[in-house]
Design a protein around this ligand. Structure first.
Ligand code: C5P
Length: 407
């Protein structure tokens, strides 16, 4: 168990039904030895009591900005700076809107504006509130401001609706806290990692195209993880609506041919990971003008095969030391992946089941199987960020020069 002894967390609890989970969060943090100070928003007091959290944390719980005793004992500025990390859980739509806009009208928002420490938020709200353009705009702003976000997860909500909006589980929040508080080795410093992500878009005419549902989330998470391990990270991405991870060099492309050309121009590299859902076919000759209905039979499209980027790079003279492919399958997942490993000439295939009921496409979680020449390794269900972190560490290890065994 990773210790958090000597670390102190300022936990800001927002007013949402998920607030009940902070009891477990505080307990887990205390078990690891962290000091936990807690601020409750006014709304949070409707869901949890200062008394229960004070008993769990062993510290007094702060509730109001204008409490004179609080200001005398510890001002809000000091409160937010004495911590090593600020955690907002649950981060409600309202609290996120305040953070994104720099509002400071209560103790929670004031501490968040006054801090100079890293901040982690665990959003929780109704799925429609999460998907609302205003919330998504705020999420983008917060990411750009360097705020770390864990979750929200997909699932059934307290309001009976289904979708993204459930707060990350306390264990997941603790993993993110550990990742933020324990300085990580950077084994990929001086190494170049090239990652393809997202769908490709193959034109039919100037307004229509063939594409797929790839969200790009797994590829973007890998780029973030590669950056965190110190790699020079090139993300060659088809059209998606995700923020570019800080420090990553993003090269936007549309078609499979552009993606291949850009990959080739980025070689040599040490590691190449192909997560993109490349369209297998394109229209042989796309129309320079918009195809018209103009009565008669619908036009028939002649398709032609796209280049296989993974196979091409795997077999090129400039082949990176490690080449990783992804295999999105809906049946016989690992068998198909094992065949793909051979046919594409890569070192590792990350196989996952993308049949509709798994919710992998567009979702935040993934259950993967690592298929290599030595066998299959099944990983449990994890967030795409966790898959990315674990996989990049594995690849960094594979890249590390083997220690010579003395004779
Ligand atoms: O053949 P399939 O599409 O299932 O293979 C998946 C793997 O191959 C993924 O890693 C994907 O990024 C890569 N691929 C590619 N170029 C293609 C088709 C797939 O790089 N044209």
């Amino acid at each position: 168990m990773t210790s958090l002894a000597g670390k102190s967390v300022l936990l800001i609890v927002g007013g949402g039904i998920a607030a009940y989970k902070v009891h477990e969060l505080v307990r887990l943090l205390k078990t690891r030895g962290a000091g936990v100070r807690i601020i409750l928003t006014k709304a949070a007091e409707q869901f949890v009591t200062p008394l229960s959290l004070a008993s769990l944390s062993g510290e007094r719980v702060y509730t109001s900005l204008f409490s004179l005793t609080d200001e005398v004992e510890m001002g809000h500025i000091q409160l937010s700076r004495a911590a090593d990390l600020l955690v907002v859980a649950p981060a409600t739509a309202d609290l996120m809107a305040k953070m994104a806009n720099g509002l400071a009208d209560d103790l929670a928002s004031t501490a968040l504006l006054a801090t100079d420490k890293p901040v982690l938020i665990a959003p929780a709200m109704n799925v429609r509130m999460w998907r609302h353009p205003a919330t998504q705009r705020n999420v983008d702003i917060l990411r750009r401001d360097g705020i770390n976000i864990v979750g929200p997860n997909d699932g059934e909500m307290a309001c009976g609706e289904f979708g993204p909006g459930r707060m990350a589980e306390p264990g997941e929040i603790v993993s993110s806290i550990i990742a933020m508080l324990t300085p990580r080795a950077q084994p990929l410093v001086g190494k170049k990692v090239v990652i393809t992500a997202g769908p490709t878009r193959e034109p039919i005419d100037p307004v229509r195209y063939i594409s797929n549902h790839s969200s790009g989330k797994q590829g973007y998470a890998l780029a973030r993880a590669a950056m965190e391990l110190g790699a020079e990270t090139i993300l060659i991405s088809g059209p998606v609506s995700l923020p570019i991870p800080p420090g990553v060099q993003m090269m936007p492309v549309e078609t499979a041919r552009e993606m291949l050309e850009t990959c080739e121009s980025e070689m040599p590299a040490d590691i190449a990971i192909f997560t993109a859902a490349v369209a297998d076919w394109r229209v042989a000759v796309d129309s320079p003008e918009k195809l018209k209905k103009a009565g008669g039979a619908p036009p028939s499209l002649t398709l032609t095969e796209n280049p296989d980027i993974l196979a091409t790079i795997s077999r090129s003279a400039n082949r990176p030391q490690i080449v990783v492919g992804f295999a999105a399958e809906t049946e016989h997942v690992t068998e198909h992946a094992a065949q793909k490993l051979k046919s594409k000439g890569c070192d590792l295939i990350i196989a996952n089941d993308v049949s509709k009921e798994t919710g992998v496409f567009g979702g935040d979680r993934n259950t993967v199987h690592l298929v290599s020449a030595t066998g299959v390794e099944d990983w449990p269900s994890m967030s795409k960020d966790e898959v990315a972190g674990k996989l990049m560490e594995r690849l960094a290890h594979m890249l590390a020069p083997q220690h010579k065994v003395p004779k």
